[in-house]
Ligand binder design. Structure first.
Ligand code: AMP
Ligand code: MG
Length: 498
């Protein structure tokens, strides 16, 4: 088969077909000297395309935006958004394009999207470009999230453009090819409401329901059922972030998907020492998007979605408001349910009845007080179940406090064993090791890998990807990837507008 035939994505572009008014047709800027830096072969296979064909010059031309594949219909998507609480009525893809939707080998509809592909009508003051470093970072963190079992957009490829990008210094440019369940955001609804009104919001809602929550059609009030579905998906998603210490960093409404996938890896990072006030983003001065604020912010963003849906929910404004408020107010309970379920699994109490939240809260308070590494501590707990508490104990500067907690914990584990099947410590420890990762994208290692990549050495980046692809399986030789950053790494800062 020819390269061209092996590059055939099965496009079916429903967004462009159905949502006129919510995009601008556009073409990518030409990249002068494309060079493939990273290709996700597993994802290429899922999308039904041949990875070798994507590596060939014709494939790389598609991935960087120099060639438009058959069936694609590139557009810059329109959206609005609350950025750090302030409403911006017109944001949109300033440096990105939706190429189209691909039906993957399992029949799932996936957006194929380019980021860093040049200025669009939504670029405002931006240059439309993206540097290599942040695009490789998005690739690696997205893959890490995927391997952790957290819903996320994924990267298909990163291609260096051969162009330069002016930031603090001149940097090499890149295009990231991104795959997502869709790029419909809370901000897409805000754009429809602000620029058109209920007619366009209704079309968008019907589209989003058909694409993501088809069961809502059957409900007595489909728009309310849709809101409830998004509320639930986001409650689940944010709980999953919290279980692994992930901080998104820029939870603006334009970065919150309707599908419930994590999107837009900008200033995100994983927390080392447990502290709910942890913030990495250099522009998040007030700590709006701090680790511990994420559930509250998600609910706030969902309220912005609900506002756009009010006229659809009921013709009588007070009735619509009461119904939407009722759904929004279910967020904390839904979140707590997801959070508690995941945290119970992390401490081996998945089968326990009743509330273990005091036990979990007390452990987190200890981690906070003694600045213990979140990931290492939870992983070490399975050793304690197997009979060796030392790995966990050693993480505490004042281990007596941990010992006292561990006595209570063991008592809970024993009472669980009496009341359920879960009495075999080995089985409990193994189940814990399936939810407590050994390897997360440690900030210092990510920085080292990106620094090497910037000098042309992709070895450390590829090794890091390999480590992150199996986050729950401890492998000999990978010990350095388990440790938090050394003190010499200093306090880590991440940047928006990359
Ligand atoms: P983000 O912080 O990446 O979610 O982006 C927020 C908004 O700024 C979106 O509308 C982006 O398309 C736009 N944007 C970010 N960087 C650039 C850039 N270099 N050129 C044009 N638009 C950009
Ligand atoms: Mg964004």
């Amino acid at each position: 088969m020819s390269v061209a035939a092996r590059l055939m994505f099965a496009f079916d572009n429903s967004y462009v077909r159905e949502l006129g008014g919510l995009y601008e047709p556009w073409q990518a800027a030409p990249a002068p000297a494309p060079r493939l830096l990273a290709l996700n072969e597993e994802l290429a296979t899922e999308l039904g395309v041949d990875a070798d064909a994507l590596r060939a010059p014709d494939g790389v031309a598609v991935l960087v935006g120099n060639a438009t594949p058959d069936g694609a219909s590139p557009v810059a998507q329109a959206y609005a958004g609350h950025q750090f609480g302030g409403f911006v009525p017109r944001l949109g893809d300033g440096r990105a394009l939706l190429l189209g939707e691909v039906l993957d080998v399992d029949g799932r509809r996936r957006d194929l999207h380019l980021k860093g592909s040049g200025r669009t009508p939504f670029a405002r003051g931006g240059d439309g470009k993206a540097p290599v470093g942040p695009m490789l970072r998005e690739y690696a963190i997205g893959e890490a999230m995927h391997a952790l079992g957290i819903p996320t957009s994924r990267a298909l490829a990163v291609v260096a453009t051969g162009d330069h990008v002016a930031r603090d210094t001149m940097l090499p440019g890149a295009v990231l090819t991104r795959v997502a369940a869709s790029h419909v955001r809370v901000g897409t609804f805000q754009y429809a409401a602000a620029h058109d009104g209920p007619t366009l919001v209704r079309r968008l809602a019907e589209y989003a329901i058909a694409r993501h929550y088809p069961h809502a059609v059957e409900a007595e009030n489909p728009y309310l059922a849709f809101l409830e579905s998004v509320v639930d998906a986001q409650a689940s998603l944010v709980a999953r972030w919290m279980h692994v210490g992930f901080i998104h960093g820029v939870m603006n409404t334009d970065n919150m998907t309707i599908s419930g996938e994590t999107i837009d890896y900008g200033p995100c990072a994983f927390m080392d020492a447990f502290d709910p006030a942890t913030v990495f983003s250099s522009i998040d001065h007030g700590g709006r998007y701090a680790y511990g604020n994420q559930p509250r912010i998600a609910q706030w963003n969902l309220a912005r979605l609900a506002e756009t849906l009010l006229p659809l929910i009921h013709g009588e404004p007070d009735t619509a408001l009461a119904a939407a408020t009722h759904v929004l107010q279910s967020f904390p309970d839904r979140y707590d349910e997801y959070w508690n379920h995941g945290m119970r699994a992390k401490v081996g109490l998945a089968d326990a009845q009743g509330s273990d939240s005091a036990l979990i809260d007390d452990l987190l308070a200890l981690l906070h007080a003694q600045r213990v590494d979140f990931t290492s501590c939870f992983r070490a707990l399975s050793s304690a179940v197997r009979g060796d508490a030392a790995p966990a104990r050693l993480l505490f500067a004042e281990p007596l406090a941990f010992d006292a907690w561990a006595d209570r914990w063991r008592a809970q584990l024993s009472s669980q064993a009496l009341s359920s099947q879960a009495s075999d410590p080995r089985a409990i420890a193994e189940a814990m090791d399936r939810v407590n990762p050994v390897y997360i994208p440690r900030n210092h290692q990510m920085e080292e890998a990106l620094a090497a990549a910037s000098t042309g050495d992709l070895g450390p980046f590829e090794r890091l990807l390999d480590v992150l692809a199996q986050p729950f399986d401890e492998r000999p030789g990978l010990e350095p990837y388990t440790a938090p950053a050394p003190p010499s790494f200093g306090s880590y800062r991440t940047f928006c507008g990359t």
